[in-house]
Design a protein around this ligand. Structure first.
Ligand code: CP
Ligand code: NVA
Length: 308
């Protein structure tokens, strides 16, 4: 039976906080949890959820994952705790980590997440920041592995905004050696510091391509992935971005240029007829709801490694 290994890093703040081997191990565990081949009970462990932004999938999948592991979750809504009043992160983190065994935090600045991690005596998990969404990337690559069995020769094309989701795909792709192509409008490329980090990690630097042309980026791709054009916190840019992102919708024309067995992914929630057409979203190529389900299994696997 596969047993969870202790991860080298205390925290999971970035996709680069695991090694390639650890990442694959989490995916293997996740598959075992999904197939009900693994039943791990971590008695009385408590996960604290601090979410400064809305969430359906991340919040619920963490709650269910903890419940399946025999633990519980405390939902620390910032509006009903003293967080919104302005209690410093360093105080909140020191207090909450005396009650909880692990914290999952969704917030705006990666620096704030790092501040929590600095002052928390217990592990901290990134449940999404403006910069990264590493738990999403675990589920994404789990879904890709389910489809293609391994990552060899897989080409993943992300079309849209160079946002947190794109950044985590790039970093995880670098760890796993997967070819990642990002197609976004000029000025909306992923974070340049993260691109540099990814190039340092990639053994074959030709495997990461950033382009402004979705039509060439999809040629022969095995996975087409998109996300909203305006992320949470960017609502005021919506009208402007909808003009700039014209031509970056995943529609049947773009899909026809990809590999004939290509699959479609979206982290959700989606705006149909913006970043993806309803036809493609609902097509037989879509693995979007398997991907959403895999958030649960991947996070159960991550927690079982962190909490053992
Ligand atoms: N994909 C994702 O993180 O969804 P939620 O915002 O609903 O958690
Ligand atoms: N990029 C999106 C992802 C939501 C899961 C956002 O940050 O709002």
């Amino acid at each position: 039976m596969l047993n969870p290994i202790k991860l080298e890093s205390k925290n999971f703040l970035s996709s680069l906080d695991t090694s390639c081997e650890e990442f694959i191990h989490i995916l293997d565990l996740a598959k075992n949890f999904k197939n009900k081949d693994l039943n791990i009970k971590l008695k009385e462990k408590v996960l604290g959820l601090i979410f400064d932004k809305s969430s359906t999938r991340t919040r619920v999948s963490f709650q269910v994952a903890m419940s399946r592991l025999g633990g519980t979750t405390v939902d620390l809504n910032p509006t009903t705790s003293q967080i919104e009043r302005g209690e410093p992160i360093r105080d909140t983190a020191r207090v909450l980590s005396r009650y909880c065994d692990v914290l999952a935090i969704r917030t705006f600045k990666q620096n704030d997440l790092e501040e929590y991690a600095k002052w928390s005596s217990k592990p901290v998990i990134n449940a999404l920041t403006d910069l990264e969404h590493p738990c999403q990337a675990l589920a994404d690559f789990m879904t890709i592995k389910e489809e293609f069995l391994d990552f060899k020769d897989v080409v993943l094309t992300f079309i849209g905004d160079g946002n947190n989701v794109a950044n985590s795909l790039i970093l995880s792709g670098a760890l796993l050696g997967v070819e990642v192509r990002i197609a976004c409008p000029k000025g909306y490329e992923p974070n340049s510091l993260l691109i540099d980090k990814a190039y340092e990690v990639y053994k074959n630097k030709n495997l990461l391509k950033i382009t402004n042309d979705p039509n060439t980026a999809v040629l022969g791709a095995n996975v087409l992935y998109t996300d909203v054009w305006s992320s949470m916190g960017e609502e005021n840019q919506k009208d402007e971005k909808e003009k700039v992102f014209n031509g970056f919708t995943i529609d049947s024309d773009l899909v026809s240029k990809a590999d004939k067995d290509a699959i479609i992914l979206h982290c959700l929630p989606a705006y149909r007829s913006k970043e993806i057409t309803d036809e493609v979203f609902e097509s037989h190529k879509s693995r979007i709801f398997d991907q959403a389900e895999n958030r649960l299994h991947a996070q159960q696997a991550l927690l079982s490694c962190i909490l053992q």
